[in-house]
Design a protein around this ligand. Structure first.
Ligand SMILES: *Cc1c(COP(=O)(O)O)cnc(C)c1O
Length: 355
């Protein structure tokens, strides 16, 4: 251990929730990791302590101006009983990029990974083992200085909380229906779309509400300038298979650089499936659908891993994909990636760490 980490063990352990009853983001483990930052001092008081509410000044900058960033990744228990993490260094590196955009202090990715591993070791019994379940990891940072001026905080808290989560798909991998959003936008180049920062998600709620009312499960975001080019779906990146080739929107300054997205691109190249990162317009999707060349579509992100898309609604048109069924390539990607992540399949890429 390089970092100096204090441990305060919790003596009042919570009852575990049975694997089958787990839902996303509702159950938290007994401990959390906390570190404090003070300008001029740096990060200090790294500690693992019982999971508990925080006491913050009502004037803390995070409450008023949203200076905060987060990450999301998962731990699995592999068949040999070891704990597995999927490319965790990329999450801590991306967190630093988010921090930079939000004028927040950088963390030391190695020290934070070490601290995360220590935390998970203490909480090992909380990792569910039923197929499709995992321990969701939420690192986040908040601006804690009490001050109503619009300026970067002089104080921060970095924390990691853990939440056992159930299988995203209760009955096999099921396609979702997507509403293409023409009014609201998620992000524009130059804004904060490439950062995992709270305001982006607060701003997305209105469109999500509208989609839910219409019976759609997610929103597809178009570019903020022309409402013409495809950006993302909900908080996932998006891929299409058109006429045998895979395409995904190129990172353009407003799209979030997903780790699942990168991994899917690498896997497709490894399988020698052509994959192109470029601009994709809604007109092109309509044309591909009309000519029968729109073969598959899916979202990618840590929570669902792969989420096949069975239907798009754009203005008043409906585009069905693969008769509303999960496609062959989406299913193969899902099985392979979740197999690598959970340790059921070999990892030819060296993406996972075990401890
Ligand atoms: C987190 C996130 C993703 C997916 O990123 P992963 O690293 O694959 O989990 C995609 N889009 C948005 C807006 C996100 O917040």
């Amino acid at each position: 251990m390089v970092v100096s980490l204090e441990k305060h063990v919790c003596h009042d352990k919570k009852a575990k929730v049975p694997d089958q009853q787990l839902v996303f983001g509702r159950t938290f483990t007994d401990h959390m990791f906390v570190a404090d930052y003070t300008a001029g001092v740096g990060w200090h008081d790294l500690r693992i302590q019982p999971y508990q509410p925080l006491t913050l000044d009502p004037s803390a900058i995070v409450f008023h101006y949203g200076q905060t960033v987060f990450e999301g990744l998962k731990a699995y228990k592999s068949p040999n009983g070891m704990v597995r993490l999927f490319r965790p260094n990329l999450n801590f590196e991306r967190m630093n990029e988010s921090c930079q955009r939000m004028s927040m202090p950088a963390i030391d990715p190695e020290a934070m990974l070490e601290s995360l591993i220590e935390l998970i070791k203490i909480e090992k019994d909380w990792i569910p083992t039923a197929p499709g379940t995992s321990l969701y990891i939420r690192p986040f940072m908040i601006a804690t200085e009490g001050y109503l001026g619009v300026a970067p905080s002089q104080k921060y808290k970095f924390m990691i909380i853990l939440s056992p989560v159930g299988s995203y798909y209760k009955e096999g991998i099921a396609p979702v229906k997507i509403l293409v959003e023409n009014q609201y936008v998620r992000a524009v180049a130059g804004g904060t779309g490439t950062a995992k920062t709270a305001g982006n998600y607060a701003a997305s709620l209105k469109a999500q509400e509208k989609a839910t009312e219409e019976g759609y499960s997610q929103v597809m975001w178009l570019d903020g300038v022309e409402r013409k080019y495809i950006e993302e779906v909900g908080s996932m990146n998006i891929f299409f298979k058109i006429d045998g080739k895979v395409v995904t929107p190129a990172l353009n300054g407003s799209i979030l650089d997903g780790i699942t997205r990168r991994s899917i691109i690498d896997m497709l190249r490894y399988w020698e499936v052509p994959v192109i990162e470029r601009r994709i317009s809604m007109e092109e999707i309509r044309e591909a659908h009309r000519t029968g060349k729109l073969e598959e579509a899916w979202g990618t992100g840590t929570a669902a891993v792969i989420s096949p898309i069975g239907e798009f609604k754009w203005q008043n048109e409906l585009f069905y994909v693969n008769n509303g069924q999960a496609g062959e390539l989406s299913s193969r990607l899902y099985d392979t990636l979740t197999g690598i992540q959970s340790g059921q399949l070999p990892d030819p890429f060296g993406w996972t760490i075990e401890f």
